[in-house]
Design a protein around this ligand. Sequence first.
Ligand code: MG
Length: 282
Amino acid sequence: MEHLHADAAQRYADLVARGSEAVLGLDFDGTLAPIVEDPTRARIHPDAAAAVLAAGRHLGAVAVITGRPVRQALDLGDLAELSDGLVEAGRELFVLGQYGNERWSSSHPEVVVPPVPAGVDAFAADLPAALRSADAADAYIEDKGLAVAVHTRRLADASAAYNRLLPVLGALADTHGLTVEPGRQVIEVRGGETHKGEAVRTLAAELDARGFCFVGDDLGDVEAFRAVEELRADGMAGLLVCSGSEEQPALRDLADVLVPGPDGVVAFLRELAADLAARPLA
Ligand SMILES: [Mg+2]
């Protein structure tokens, strides 16, 4: 783990000291699961669940907070199994999907989904023409129910296509009253005001948390980082971990520590687990 902020070591120590009063929040893609060309084939890192469990058993709760629908995250992450392990340790797993719009937890293992926001269906209907107008007709469209994601990773000119599409989809989203969420070779358009920052704040309040560690890799995690910064300003222990990505320097600039991708996240969680286990009991 590389320290990016002068206070990183102290913030890490503060988090460890809070132990079971702290919450661990984790993004999925690029954090727990390596980024792959076909988003339907992303799988959790083979050592990630064990590492999350090792750390999570000493913390208050673990939350996977992702842009993916809950069902997908549960499947691609084998998260029900992780949940069983955490429950055995007396802990709870939360899976907050679609940036916090969908919710699942160990104690309420049903996906709670709000109604599809107005505008999403109309946006989807206008989308093929918009893609053609940006010379990106073959971009992969992912229907997420509450949102639509356009992936450019598999196009021959992925980055150029992304740059052409961003303003076009932004304008179209605007006309339908929707929000654009730019990511790593993916542009997501969704309704609602909910973002990962709201998810962090809601969970921290609900669990009466006194510490929050968030690990993420992408622009969609910026709001979560800012929420943890605010909680920290209010006296909570907060640690921000960037799962290193050359593609996304914006998040790295906000982070306390940098780890090299999902491999580095696993190593970080193992170190955190060891330090939590070794902490003197109050
Ligand atoms: Mg991510």
